[in-house]
Design a protein around this ligand. Structure first.
Ligand SMILES: Cc1cc2nc3c(=O)[nH]c(=O)nc-3n(C[C@H](O)[C@H](O)[C@H](O)COP(=O)(O)OP(=O)(O)OC[C@H]3O[C@@H](n4cnc5c(N)ncnc54)[C@H](O)[C@@H]3O)c2cc1C
Length: 391
């Protein structure tokens, strides 16, 4: 495995680090935000700053207006962007847009790309991805998909309810997973202002880093022309994997940046703050937390880089991306939790950015597959492989 970076990628990583420090972190206390995330006005300013320095949507293909980064290059750049919770929004690499851009690049037609993808890569529009539904619909188990799509002449009529849809409020277009009459699943594209789509409400959530928050959407006889089917009819679950394997990994990259930031803040604090006659860092109990943080940060980085390298070799990496997602979401969470502890009272107040990182990060162990589901799926694959070997 070769993790070496080209001089261009090293320069891009360093440029991102500098950009986040000089232009994005100073905006973290900007008032243009709600408890659901940065406002559209703030998002536009952040995106404008990234555009001005040539860092906007770096993962998109050069043809669409991006920099065409490899997965390894993304690992280097996204960790730096993640150092500020506003960084991924600025670079246009936050969920769900980052994953949707990847999926659209892979599956959309030329016309669909021109209509929806190109303005999105330019940072002018936003999208959302609608899979999850209230019980008894799709959740941890996507096969329980209950939203239906029924053919009606040249169109499809979509009916159902989706929730937790990140960025729905203010999104320009949506990718909807729906069940066909034969039980298979299909992805549909739609502008958000079509009749038949209602944003019922935004959910109050622990995190506050996604523009548009997390919405509940109702589809009532939403009419989608056959030309707006994304990819082929019946291949929705396969495309979900095309989107999810790399999208899980980019979450790991961005949250690694946030965990590193929390660690840097805590390290600075315990090096200066004294208790019982010496700096906190010189007490063994605190020093062990610092060492454990470093181990967890580096373990996360190695999982990310290993899986990114495999993706760059053209491997599908469903198993490896599950493993990386569990390892990173839990290790990065442990880092931030230790940082809260090391900061004492400040760790649980907005006096320090660490509280914010803590509340923003918790959901990472649930979305894009809860840890338990990834472990369960990995175990099935391990048992299956062992059966093959022994027979
Ligand atoms: C902040 C946030 C943003 C999200 N954004 C989006 C989005 O943009 N679009 C979208 O479609 N969805 C989104 N989701 C939904 C997310 O993907 C689901 O919450 C997740 O898949 C779990 O589904 P559920 O909430 O219905 O949990 P359930 O399916 O009810 O599962 C609840 C819990 O049961 C346990 N469990 C389930 N299956 C197993 C098993 N086999 N073995 C052991 N334990 C198990 C797990 O602990 C799981 O957390 C988002 C969620 C959050 C929290």
């Amino acid at each position: 495995m070769d993790f070496s970076l080209s001089p261009e990628i090293i320069a891009l990583r360093d440029k991102t680090r500098e950009f986040i420090a000089d232009q994005i972190i100073p905006l973290e206390n900007d008032e243009r935000k709600s408890h659901h995330g940065p406002s559209e006005e703030l998002r536009r300013e952040l995106v404008g700053r990234a555009r001005a320095v040539g860092l906007l949507t770096p993962h998109a293909s050069k043809e669409m207006g991006g920099l065409g980064l490899s997965h390894i290059a993304k690992a280097a750049v996204f960790e730096e962007a993640g150092y500020s919770w506003l960084g991924p929004t600025a670079l246009n690499i936050h969920a769900p847009d980052e994953g949707n851009i990847h999926l659209m690049e892979e599956v959309a037609t030329v016309e669909q790309k021109e209509r929806w993808l190109r303005p999105q890569v330019a940072g002018e529009t936003r999208s959302c991805f609608a899979m999850t539904e209230p019980s008894p619909g799709a959740g941890a188990d996507p096969s329980m998909l209950a939203t239906t799509a029924v053919r009606d002449g040249d169109d499809y009529l979509i009916n159902g309810v989706k929730w937790f849809i990140t960025g729905a409020d203010g999104a320009d277009y949506i990718i909807i997973m729906a069940r066909m009459e034969d039980g298979s699943a299909t992805m549909f594209l739609s502008d958000m202002d079509r009749p038949g789509i209602t944003l019922e409400r935004n959910m109050d959530a622990m995190d506050a880093c996604f523009t548009g928050g997390h919405g509940v959407l109702r589809f009532e006889n939403l009419r989608v022309p056959a030309s707006d089917v994304l990819g082929e009819i019946g291949k929705g679950f396969r495309y979900a994997q095309v989107r999810l394997a790399p999208a899980r990994l980019t979450h790991c990259m961005r949250w690694l940046g946030q965990a590193r930031r929390a660690h840097d803040i805590a390290l600075n604090y315990v090096s200066r703050r004294h208790a019982f006659g010496k700096p906190l860092a010189e007490h063994e109990g605190v020093g062990f937390m610092l060492a454990d943080n470093d181990i967890d940060l580096q373990t996360s980085r190695l999982h990310i880089w290993h899986t990114a390298w495999l993706l760059d070799q053209g491997e599908k990496c469903n198993y490896e991306s599950s493993r990386a997602k569990v390892a990173c979401s839990e290790a990065e969470w442990r880092v931030v939790d230790r940082c809260v502890q090391m900061l004492g009272g400040q760790g649980v107040t907005a006096e320090s950015p660490v509280m914010r990182i803590f509340t923003d990060m918790r959901a990472f162990r649930v979305y894009d597959g809860p840890s338990e589901v990834h472990r369960w799926s990995m175990a099935r694959k391990l048992v299956h492989a062992a059966g093959k070997t022994s027979s």
